[in-house]
Design a protein around this ligand. Sequence first.
Ligand code: 13P
Length: 251
Amino acid sequence: MRSLVAGNWKMNGSLAMAAGLVADIKARHQKAVLPVDLLLCPPFPYLAAVGSQLKGAGIALGGQDCHTAGSGAHTGDVSAAMLVDLGCCYVILGHSERRTDHSESSVLVASKAKAAIGAGLVAIICVGETEAQRNAGDQNKIVEKQIVESVPADATAENAVIAYEPVWAIGTGKTPTVGDVEAMHRHIRGLLKQRVSGGAAMRILYGGSVKPTNAAELMAVPEVNGALVGGASLKAEDFWGIAEGAAKSAG
Ligand code: 13P
């Protein structure tokens, strides 16, 4: 399975910063095409500019959220069709920051994923336990419930990706041990095989404090099929270092 290395810029950057970052990543990509798929997910206001810069570069564009409806009276929201219009192929859904900041439930995430898939996007559906849940030994149960409720019935290996992001590892510099990552990814793989058509081939990304220094080790873990990168995706050198780490475990 080809790895996917995705940069989630979250609510960071400026138009000028985006232009510089994309130019730098493009230049590195032109010099050495890596055997991994690359994806950038800037904030909505920068999608058009980043999309036109990425045209023909072989690097995909994605949004960080979308609405369940195709259009209508939903002030401040963005539809999946609008993302497609701007050249997006992917959308991140159910990120823990949206689950927390906007009280998004797994049921809502599933209906967003259904809308995204219907519009032709690949839905990156995020799951992950909090520190308290892990300390209580409940991580498998929590992630299972999130998968069951957040992954819509029509998800396939072609139109959906799972991102396992332990909440306590996001932006903290802490990561689970390689053994814990493997155990969770195997658990998720088992659930996907049971529940999703082609679940054996659906990518499962790891996210949470991925850095150039730990990427090769994390990406070599069985059932880890790529990375969802936050902070380190805001520096071309770091994002590229992670892509190189993922490339090491390719093929
Ligand atoms: P960090 O890489 O900054 O820990 O963020 C991970 C994340 O939330 C990506 O979606």
